[in-house]
Design a protein around this ligand. Structure first.
Ligand code: GLY
Ligand code: MN
Ligand code: MN
Length: 445
């Protein structure tokens, strides 16, 4: 097991663009899976925040993964059935009057240069070119359900092909969910992705160290969030990879508490779950620390159970094991702890695991894939078989215990305690690498 290298300098700027070659290699891998089918890959939608204000635009993970093209409304068509296996990109055109407001666009020529696409057209041409691009493919792979209008357009392509099929003998005749196609590829990171994830993780670790240093009675949860996110941005992260969670006292028992509006009190535990996004890649760390610097007795009891589960779960991350094995290791240790602390009674560890009684206090999974998305794409089970861990996979390990403040079946001393400890772990050719090891998990008693 290796750990991240604290002596490496952190970046002081956003990630530079990856070379077109990296994206070409990924399209080649997709083409191997597509055979003579075609993939239609849209950009992420632009989201409205309020009135005439937009949510800052983030490229969709799939189109970014395959093309690196960052602008909204783009559409990539990757055609396995064409002899030259063409890559066509539709993009917003240059539009100087709009660009005064929203910044310079790549336009058709810029997009060709950036991506090396075999053909680039403006988005206005999608309607009249799309059928010819997919005609003759055996099937279309497309992210069904994200955009109603595009869903209709793609369905109409299949219907149109079906009408002519009796005489043309050609497809496409089937529609597949692109998530199922790209999931297995995106689930195994390439060298460039692993490098970005290492950096995102180390920036997140620096943010956590700064945040933990400012935790004290009287400090607002929002101020701890400000520390985290200032460090993220200073190192060129685009910002948090997901809304930062700073939950003090009873708020630590709400899994995704993001209001961050309570003032920390003496004797609180503070749960900080946050990650940076750098160069489009996410990181994800949770630490739980005592406001006063020391755990009291009941907090120590709960913390030690979660820390033991974290150790056991990390040990279970190995080539050939699975996310289910990692979860089982965490669940068994947490359940033993629940029995020891009197949270569960009158049953053995095996019975409590079998019946799922532990779910009252541990109601989430131990791991998720991490990558371009914080809960990254890719199945955990295929055809009823758990997916084996292989080099290139990146996952979290995040056991916790959540003891609600208003549950009077919980021994009083433990009510209102929430603890989670989360690291991001990569499987590499050399073994298991903890990308977020630069934030300690040990807390003084
Ligand atoms: N912060 C979300 C998660 O840990 O999955
Ligand atoms: Mn997580
Ligand atoms: Mn997290």
């Amino acid at each position: 097991m290796s750990r991240s290298d604290p002596d490496l300098p952190l970046p002081d700027a956003p990630a530079p663009p990856l070379p077109p070659e990296v994206f070409r290699r990924r399209r080649e891998r997709l083409l191997e899976v597509l055979g003579d089918a075609v993939a239609i890959v849209p950009a992420a939608p632009e989201l409205h925040r309020s009135r005439d204000t937009e949510v800052p635009y983030r490229p969709g993970s799939d189109i970014y993964y395959l093309t690196g093209y960052p602008e909204p409304q783009a559409l990539a068509v990757i055609a396995g059935h064409q002899p030259e296996r063409s890559f066509t990109l539709f993009v917003l055109p240059r539009e100087p009057e709009r660009e005064v407001w929203t910044g310079r666009r790549h336009g058709v020529d810029g997009a060709r240069e950036l991506t090396g696409a075999s053909a680039v057209h403006t988005v206005a041409e999608i309607e009249h070119r799309l059928f010819d691009l997919v005609a003759g493919a055996s099937a279309i792979h497309y992210p069904i359900g994200l955009d109603d209008e595009l869903d209709r357009t793609v369905r109409d392509l299949v219907v149109r092909a079906r009408r002519g099929r009796a005489r043309s003998g050609r497809g496409p005749t089937a529609l597949y969910d692109l998530d199922e196609t790209l999931g297995p590829l995106r689930r195994v990171k390439d060298a460039e992705e692993l490098e970005r994830m290492r950096t995102a993780a180390r920036i997140a670790a620096a943010g956590h160290r700064a945040a933990i240093a400012c935790v004290a009675p009287g400090v607002g949860e929002w101020e701890v969030q400000a520390e985290l996110e200032a460090v993220f941005r200073r190192h060129g992260a685009s910002g948090p990879a997901f809304p930062s969670i700073v939950g003090s006292g009873p708020n630590a028992t709400t899994l995704h508490y993001t209001a961050n509006r309570r003032r920390i009190e003496e004797g609180d535990l503070v749960l900080i779950d946050a990650g940076a996004e750098w160069g489009m890649y996410c990181s994800d760390i949770t630490r739980t620390v005592p406001a006063s610097g020391r755990l009291n007795g009941p907090q120590r009891d709960v913390y030690d159970v979660v820390l033991a589960a974290h150790h056991e779960a990390i040990e279970a991350v190995q080539v050939g094991s699975s996310v289910a094995d990692v979860h089982e290791a965490a669940v068994r240790t947490l359940t033993r702890g629940m029995l020891d602390l009197g949270l569960l009674r009158d049953q053995s560890v095996d019975e409590a695991v079998e019946r799922g009684s532990y779910r009252r206090f541990y109601m989430h999974q131990t791991s998720h894939w991490l990558g371009l998305d914080v809960h990254d794409v890719g199945l955990y089970q295929e055809g009823g078989v758990t997916v084996a861990l292989v080099p290139g996979m990146v996952l979290t390990v995040e056991p916790g215990l959540y003891l609600a403040s208003d549950d009077d079946t919980i021994p009083e001393a433990y009510r209102g305690i929430g603890v989670r400890i989360e690291d991001t772990v990569a499987i590499t050719q050399e073994g298991v690498e903890i990308l977020t090891s630069e934030v300690p998990t040990e807390v003084s008693a």
